[in-house]
Write a protein that binds this ligand. Sequence first.
Ligand SMILES: [Zn+2]
Ligand SMILES: [Zn+2]
Length: 237
Amino acid sequence: MVETADTRVMVDCGFSVQEIERRLAQAGLTPDGLDALLVTHEHGDHLGAAGAFARRYDVTVYASHGTVHAARDARFPRLQEVSSDAPVAIRGLQVTPFTVPHDSREPTQFTFSDGDRELALMTDAGHVTPHMVAIAARADGLLLECNHDPEMLEAGRYPYRLKQRIRGGWGHLPNHAASDLLARAANNHLRSLIGMHLSADNNAPDLARDALARGVGATPEDMEVATQDQGFPWRTL
Ligand SMILES: [Zn+2]
Ligand SMILES: [Zn+2]
């Protein structure tokens, strides 16, 4: 969820509608007040119940052309196709999609701005690109993928092909790549940083916190990661 004074949007909808409702209630929200549902790409943990949710609550879906066309359930009540690096205004919020290297049709992650502060969401990326570094360098808040620890992935229970997919250049960012991105971005005005999209099997929160801390030159105790069960509480930028 991203919210400004007059706008509230949800990004991705990878759970069941019922589970989304439960989680919204946990955050003190109802599904009615949403101005948009943004979808980053068609993988199930992101697009999942987007169609069902949008129909039930009559929400406009924003996604790239490729994402819409790769969706199994694309019966959206209202659809706004977006293009990378072309900002769209959703009431008082400016949303700018940007490309990341990921094995889906036309994935876009997003930056959000109210004209004052900028938040960047950056998950589902197989490697770090200069474009991602530039976005991370100017953000005031950053939600950054710390997907896996390569040694845990190697030793883990996933089948070989899935391991290759995750660690390939079009899969997911390992902890050390998140660290590298932060170091290259050298952003000294970053106000909020949260590790995202941690694998339950192939990562540990402490390892992700260590990596984030290395990247920004801070101590691991001050670093924060989202959990799969709870996410993270509201943050004000
Ligand atoms: Zn994905
Ligand atoms: Zn994902």
